[in-house]
Design a protein around this ligand. Structure first.
Ligand SMILES: [Zn+2]
Length: 506
């Protein structure tokens, strides 16, 4: 049997414990490796081919990704301190913000409507755009209105990291709604190709039972950011002035490069985001056309030169990476505010950053991510939707969670308490499973028992031994019927449901 270990993202992560990211590896062999994969200028050792160009010994880039937009990319002068550009709001998103509001529809209705749009628009991009954009605006409005339910304000969480399944298993039954980015909306707004849109639709179809139940809510992240863009920019500018914050983020960055191709990758300790990448351009050509317009052209990627001083470039990239992290954190926070949801992170780096910013939410639900709760993380969306619909069992679970978290002072002790509760419930669900297996045997026996009982009752002069045995058995059925209704009020029933159906072949 596996043993469960809760984690405190703000404390030290055990090197021999399973990694926080959920991969079946020890921390020291996964995110616990805090050094760059290659040294500056290290030979790459792979030939380029038609499709890709190697930028480091471990990273290749698609050749067509190297093409630059015809409008060029902005040339940024180093400021010598952490920096980031203000957020760009897409004009299409701005227009949506100003659009008149429709009447509010409940989230499950909008969830069903979403799949009707997918089913009926086919390859008609304009119809799909209309449908999805309309739903995005309506979802934003529905979430805002939920916040006005003062008597029973629902628990709404927001997370934009990709592994929705694990997150859902860990938080779904403690939260009423879990907001995730609407990748279909994002792909449409960004003008992505049909393949990208198709992939985004496929991902939502996989979560269909949960989206139609209104439990998973795909939200238009760009719309949330746009609604509070000034607040997000102000927060970021303020954070950039805080040396304690910027120095700490910088201490968490792992630099790889400059590589043999003059690329630089910056990774972050204990974060989920993929590395940020820069290409160095030294061989810049200056051109002036007949209209007097100047353009700088440069050949990318370059070749590593051991005599060249890359230090100023490296420092500039570090400053940008620091600024990017602060901006991203504030975007996530304001998006949560707009959708009246608590931003929940599953990355220790983000949790530490929020704690240092002084905005780590103290709602106990945030400990759920760091608890090791068995079974639920492996359940499929349909099972999770069915479990979430078991209102009495969900209510019992929430009660148990509240009790378990009563004495918890921080994420770490909260996670410990939830892990213990999870173990207890998993144990109870195994007992339930055994009981149900026994019940199946009883079901087969019921007609026989009834028959025997009838014979026994009809017999004159005392019950034969066999019939009294059968009546004893019939007596045993009473707790079964009593149990069956009681079981559905028990939190362990949710774990039982989830463990019964495992996702096939994944
Ligand atoms: Zn990991």
């Amino acid at each position: 049997m596996a043993h469960f270990i809760a984690m405190d993202p703000l404390g030290n992560l055990g090197r021999n414990n399973r990694c926080w990211c959920g991969e079946p590896r020890k921390y020291k062999a996964c995110h616990g490796r805090h050094y760059p994969p290659s040294t500056p200028g290290q030979p790459i050792g792979h030939p380029d081919d038609e499709d890709r160009v190697w930028l480091s010994p471990t990273t290749a880039m698609a050749r067509n990704a190297l093409r630059q937009p015809s409008t060029g990319i902005p040339y940024v002068l180093p400021l010598g301190r952490p920096q980031t550009r203000p957020i760009d709001v897409d004009p299409a998103v701005q227009a949506l913000l100003d659009a008149p509001r429709l009447t509010t529809q409940p989230l499950p209705v909008l969830g069903k409507h979403r799949f009707e749009v997918f089913d009926h628009t086919g390859h008609d991009r304009a119809a799909l755009t209309d449908g999805i954009v309309g739903i995005a605006v309506a979802v934003a409005q529905a979430l805002t209105e939920l916040n006005f339910q003062h008597e029973h304000r629902p628990t709404i969480l927001w997370n934009d990291e990709v592994d929705a399944d694990r997150l859902l298993g860990q938080t779904l039954l403690f939260a009423d709604h879990v907001c995730v980015p609407d990748h279909v909306f994002a792909a449409i707004i960004a003008g992505r190709d049909d393949n990208a849109i198709h992939d985004a639709i496929a991902e939502q179809r996989r979560l269909r039972p949960l989206i139609e139940a209104g439990v998973i809510v795909p939200v238009p992240e760009a719309l949330g950011i746009a609604a509070r863009v000034d607040a997000a920019n102000t927060l970021t500018q303020r954070d950039l002035q805080r040396r304690d914050l910027t120095d700490w983020i910088r201490s968490q960055l792992i630099v790889e490069g400059p590589t043999a191709r003059e690329a630089m990758f910056i990774n972050t300790i204990d974060d989920r985001d993929s590395p940020q990448m820069w290409l160095y351009s030294r061989q810049t050509v200056f051109d002036e056309d007949s209209d007097g317009r100047s353009t700088f052209t440069s050949r990318l990627p370059g070749m590593y030169d051991p005599a060249h001083d890359y230090e100023p470039w490296k420092q500039q990239n570090l400053d940008k990476a620091v600024g990017w992290h602060l901006r991203r954190a504030n975007e996530r926070l304001v998006t949560g505010e707009v959708f009246t949801a608590d931003y929940l992170t599953t990355s220790p780096f983000q949790a530490r950053l929020l704690a240092r910013k002084g905005v780590l939410p103290d709602q106990p639900i945030h400990a759920a991510v760091w608890a090791d709760i068995p079974i639920l993380p492996t359940a499929d969306p349909a099972t999770l939707a069915r479990a979430a619909a078991e209102e009495e069992a969900v209510e019992d679970l929430r009660q148990k969670v509240r009790n378990a978290l009563r004495g918890a002072r921080d994420l770490g002790t909260g996670a410990d308490a939830l892990t213990a509760l999870g173990e207890e419930l998993a144990h109870a669900s195994r007992q339930l499973q055994r009981t149900v297996r026994t019940e199946r045997r009883w079901k087969v026996m019921v007609p026989a028992v009834t028959g025997l009982g009838a014979i026994a009752l009809g017999a004159a002069g005392g019950l034969p031994a066999i019939a009294s045995g059968a009546l004893g058995a019939a007596g045993g059925l009473v707790p079964y019927f009593a149990d069956r209704s009681g079981r559905r009020r028990n939190a362990a029933y949710l774990f039982y449901l989830a463990s019964r159906t495992r996702r096939p072949g994944r």
